[in-house]
Design a protein around this ligand. Structure first.
Ligand code: ZN
Length: 338
């Protein structure tokens, strides 16, 4: 079942933000599917429920959560920080407030709608075995700060909400976004009930700069996942075999199979992704499909409920990655196309 609503579109340009995240990635994928199947067969409408304070506290510290809920200047600052709209010299970065049509805090509202949908998506996945939220995947958000275009970590919130409701004891997070799932690793580092795997660019953001700070402490973005699979530039031909090996290792280190798998389904490893920082990883559209079917079939074979969150993907072409995967799944589950 696929969860989509037109309110999920981030429309960053309407806030004066100049990051090449295409507005229509979710809607294009959804429209493509609507042209091939009857909507009632593959979609379930999102409830548009906002996460509560208690939901946010499942992944984040109280001070951070209060700043979000207060909806004041603090929240504007969190968006500026999380979307890196000011550089180290205090200048605007990829940001032109003169072009903004809405206050930045409205963007926070949209991101929190994604979080509500991720929670709902986890319930749908447990019920139907498969759910895909055309939004969410805030894997860079740390326990006490937003980061890398992510305000809150909707992955951890959705899983821990299911744990709180006693629908789930253990889970895996399998992160195939081009960037390492650093926030998820940081929040979950002392939580043995949720195991994490991240396959990502070996030498791209966030893994740049010094690994430790002046006091010798590991920077949060270098905190290891349970399994990390770095892919160096030019190593794309090993990507699929390394991913498969990683999934086998994840299974091996788990005492029992988990009750839920959340896939952080970034399309930014695609060779036509438009974000400069993803240039070191270039998979073809065929490799992306193989990646996605490898994941789906691996979890399907183990009979694990699968929740996919959209995560990163930039530019006019990346919607094809989500659409081709969902077309394949719809065809498997529904049968003949229209
Ligand atoms: Zn990414």
């Amino acid at each position: 079942m696929i969860l989509y609503h037109e309110l999920f579109d981030l429309k960053l340009d309407e806030y004066g933000i100049e990051i090449p995240m295409q507005d229509d990635r979710a809607s294009k994928s959804f429209d493509f599917l609507r042209g091939r199947y009857h909507e009632s067969q593959f979609a379930t409408p999102p409830s548009l429920a906002m996460p509560t304070r208690e939901d946010l506290l499942l992944a984040h510290g109280p001070q951070f959560v209060e700043k979000i809920l207060a909806k004041g200047e603090d929240l504007n600052q969190l968006i500026i920080e999380g979307f890196e709209l000011v550089d180290s010299s205090g200048q605007y970065n990829r940001y032109n407030p003169a072009r903004a049509q809405h206050p930045l805090m409205n963007l926070a509202t949209t991101l929190l709608l994604h979080t509500g949908a991720c929670i709902q998506g986890a319930s749908v996945a447990l019920e139907h075995g498969f759910a895909y939220v055309l939004g969410g995947g805030g894997h860079h958000a740390m326990s006490s700060a937003p980061r890398g275009f992510c305000l809150v970590n909707d992955i951890v919130i959705a899983i821990r909400k299911m744990q709180q409701l006693k629908k789930v004891k253990t889970a895996w997070v399998v992160d195939v976004d081009a960037h390492k799932g650093d926030g998820t690793a940081q929040i979950l580092k002392d939580d043995p009930s949720i195991l994490t795997l991240s396959i990502h660019m070996a030498n791209g953001w966030p893994l740049i700069g010094d690994e430790v700070d002046v006091n010798g402490n590991l920077h949060p973005w270098f905190i290891p996942s349970n399994i990390d699979i770095p892919i160096a530039a030019g190593e794309e031909h090993h990507y699929l075999s390394k991913l498969e090996d990683g999934l086998q290792r994840l299974k091996k280190i788990s005492n029992l199979l988990p009750d839920l798998v959340v896939i952080v389904h970034g399309s930014d490893p695609y060779e036509h992704d438009a974000l400069k920082s993803t240039e070191p990883l270039k998979l073809t559209i065929e490799q992306m499909k193989e990646r996605d079917m490898l994941l789906y079939n691996f979890f399907e074979h183990l009979r694990l409920p699968q929740l996919y969150l959209m995560a990163g993907g930039y530019g006019a072409d990346v919607w094809r990655i989500h659409a081709q995967f969902l077309d394949e799944i719809c065809y498997k589950k529904i049968g003949a196309r229209k």
